[in-house]
Structures are given as C-alpha cells and as structure tokens.
Design a protein around this ligand. Structure first.
Ligand code: SAH
Length: 389
C-alpha cells in the first residue's frame, strides 16, 4: 500500500480531524497506487496519521477515512453507514432525511438522501465512486428501500476525473417519488430535480415558521418546489405567493399545493426574484412574512463580494415590503459567507431600508446534516428569523 508523507507542520490539521489533504501539503509518496486507492498517511517524522483514499487529479488529493490502521473494505463501509443510519433514527424523522452527509459522517464525498421509500446517492470523489456498488448493496441491506437512484450529474465530479451520470442503481421505478415532511406531502423528481431533488437541510427551519404565519400574507422567494410556501399555508397562512426562476420547480410546487389541498391559498409564479421584489416594492405591496432562501451566491471565496451585493439587495427589498411587526426568514447556504458576515449584511440592509429589525431566532442546517467541528466546510446553512418593527 502506498504511503503519503506530509510536509512538516501539515499533520496538525489531520490530527485535529480535518478530512482533507491538499496537493500542496504532500512532500512525497512512496509505493505505487491507482487513483482512488486507499493509502496510508504519515507525518514528515514518519508518524502514522491514518488511512485515506488518493486521487492525484484532485486538489484535495487525499480524503481521510480513518485515524486507525484498518482495511478499507465492505465491512468498513458497513460500519460507517450503519452508524450514520443509527444516528438518523435517533435525531430525525427518517421518512425523509439525509442518511449520509459525507465528511460529517466520516464517509468523504458520499451523499445519500432518503425520500419516502427511495434513496438518492451521490459519489463525488474517485475513492468513493470506486466503492459505489458496495455502498449501494449495504444501503439496500440496512435500509431496504424500494429503489435507489444515482445523481452524479454534477460538475464537481469532473475535478476528480469522473464523468457526469445519472440513472437507476436499484430497481426501475417512477422517478417522481412521494415523501412526507412535517406532515406535508411532496412529490420529488429524483431524476430531473435540482441536486438530489429536494433540499432536506431546511426541514427544521420550515417547521420553525409555524408561529409566524397564522392568518398571514406570505411571500416565499426562491421557492423551488414550494416547501416553505406549503408549510406556511399548512400552518394557517391566508395567502401565499411563491416565486422561482425555474419553470420545472414551479410546476412541481403547484402540484404539491394541489396534493395537499392548499391550492386555494398558494400561488406560484415563474420569475426572477430580484425583479419581482423590486416590482412588489414599486407597487407598494405589503406582506406579513417574507422568506428568502436563495441558491449559494458565493460558490468560491473570490465570489464573496458579488454575493454580498446579491444578499444585500434581496434583504433590503424584502424588509421594505414587510408590514410593521412582520417577519423576515432569511437564509444563505454559501459556506464562504460566514455567520458574522451574513448578520452584517442583514444589519446593513436594515439601515438602508430604514427599518428596525430584531433577531427572533438564529438557526442552521437540520440535525441530519451535522457540522463536523474539525471541518468548517460542513457548516454552510444560515437561517435568521427576524422581526421587522
Ligand atoms: N426554498 C427552497 C430551496 C431553494 S433553492 C426549498 O426550501 O426547497 C434555490 C432556488 O432558487 C432554486 O429553486 C432556483 O431555481 C431558484 N433561483 C435561482 N436563481 C433565482 C432567481 N434569480 N430568482 C428566483 N429564483 C431563483
């Protein structure tokens, strides 16, 4: 088995539990290997640091699998997946949940989402992709889903030298699958929906809007398949407007409203939320609750400046159209916009909107997306609930 030796000082992060070793951390490699193979990692001083898998094509050249000397085989994946599933059974409603959250579950680059009776899998690095069939068999054995679908049609795979692909991994089934979240029915398009089809990380934040929306007029921007909008209606809102730029998402949102008998309360429009917010402000319209859940505006550190402008614009507009005493539920899923920066943006939006704003609750991602303290990249979702006085 090949051995990777790190430059002096580069062992610390690994010892503290960060699972990534960058190309620039590596001083030398002894022995031969194929991309995706398990290797051993050592400090400059020849101290064993753990096992990982290697891919010289990737800037993240090694992803750590274990601090122990252990074989990376079917048993290893069985133990890791079982413990991920046991954790979900303890802390989540497993009808719909994230079963494996990659680095946070010590299974780097593996994502598994459960929507009702079906699983969706992503293997986003060479080493994990190599074990895909084994992982699928283990998931099948432990969870016994009706079917499993692969959503590896993501550009990040190309950084690893992997092709983009999607398709069935177990069974052939209608890829529009049914799930229930917080008592509300959703149809999830696991084949053509965004990411794995549904954003499970917001499940607890959706439930958290319950006390704010009774009898309210609600605007849900970036509504995707209508999840926040439907929660608002389900919890007693009087009138809900959802906006998304994707016609496919809007079509599913309208369908989801109908299957819950909420179509008389929820309307959905295909539009650019930036334009729509400006238009509503120009028209002098008011809402009791506005929800903002945009896509990641900053996918890289260099994109942060532009992202700040984007967040500022939508938050400022939203604050202007919220009636006095109403609420803003504002989110960011850009890891590079950290919680302090996000709150600064909200505060400066409030100043420009000339509104007084109180923080009611500050929230993060759902418990089935745990944050690994050693890996700050695993903390990405921010959700601030504010009252606009
Ligand atoms: N709130 C949703 C998830 C939102 S994901 C949920 O809880 O399920 C971000 C959404 O923003 C995607 O559906 C995407 O289609 C949409 N989007 C991206 N840019 C947009 C824009 N400029 N205006 C409106 N929607 C946009």
């Amino acid at each position: 088995m090949a051995k990777v030796f790190l430059f002096k000082g580069k062992e610390k992060r690994v010892e503290y539990g960060h699972p990534w070793i960058f190309k620039s951390d590596i001083e030398s490699i002894s022995g031969s290997f194929r991309p995706g193979d398990a290797i051993e990692v050592y400090s400059r001083g020849n101290r064993f640091l753990g096992m990982g898998y290697i891919n010289p094509k990737s800037q993240i050249t090694v992803r750590m699998l274990s601090p122990e000397h252990e074989e990376i085989n079917g048993d290893f994946f069985y133990r890791r997946i079982s413990s991920a599933w046991d954790y979900r059974k303890k802390i989540a409603d497993t009808q719909s949940c994230r079963v494996v959250f990659a680095e946070s579950d010590f299974l780097p680059a593996l994502i598994v989402d459960k929507f009702g009776d079906y699983l969706v899998v992503q293997t986003l690095a060479m080493g994990m992709d190599r074990h895909k069939e084994e992982v699928v068999e283990i998931l099948d054995e432990i969870i016994k889903p009706a079917g499993i679908f692969e959503r590896n049609d993501v550009p990040v795979r190309e950084l690893e030298g992997l092709e983009q692909k999607k398709g069935y991994l177990k069974g052939h089934f209608d890829t529009k699958v049914q799930m229930v979240e917080n008592g509300i029915k959703f149809t999830v398009d696991v084949e053509n929906g965004q990411k794995t089809g549904f954003f499970l990380d917001q499940k607890e934040n959706r439930a958290a809007i319950k006390p704010l929306v009774k009898g309210a007029k609600v605007l849900d921007c970036f509504s995707h398949t209508g999840s926040f909008a439907l929660h608002a209606a389900y919890y007693g809102a009087q009138d809900v407007l959802g906006i998304d730029i994707s016609a496919h998402a809007v079509e599913f949102a309208a369908h989801n409203a109908r299957q819950n008998g909420l179509e008389h309360i929820c309307r959905f429009e295909t539009a650019n939320a930036f334009d729509k917010l400006r238009e509503l402000d120009d028209q002098g319209q008011k809402f009791d609750v506005v929800i903002l859940d945009p896509p990641a505006f900053a996918k890289t550190r260099s994109a942060v400046e532009g992202a700040v402008r984007g967040y500022k614009e939508i938050n400022l507009r939203a604050m202007k159209i919220i009636s006095s005493g109403g609420f803003l539920v504002t989110c960011s899923c850009s890891h590079h916009v950290d919680p302090d920066l996000f709150m600064d943006i909200i505060y400066s939006s409030a100043i420009d909107a000339k509104r007084k704003v109180r923080l009611v609750e500050y929230r993060g991602q759902a418990k089935d997306h745990p944050v690994l303290l050693a890996s700050e990249e695993t903390q990405y979702l921010k959700c601030a609930i504010l009252q606009v006085v």
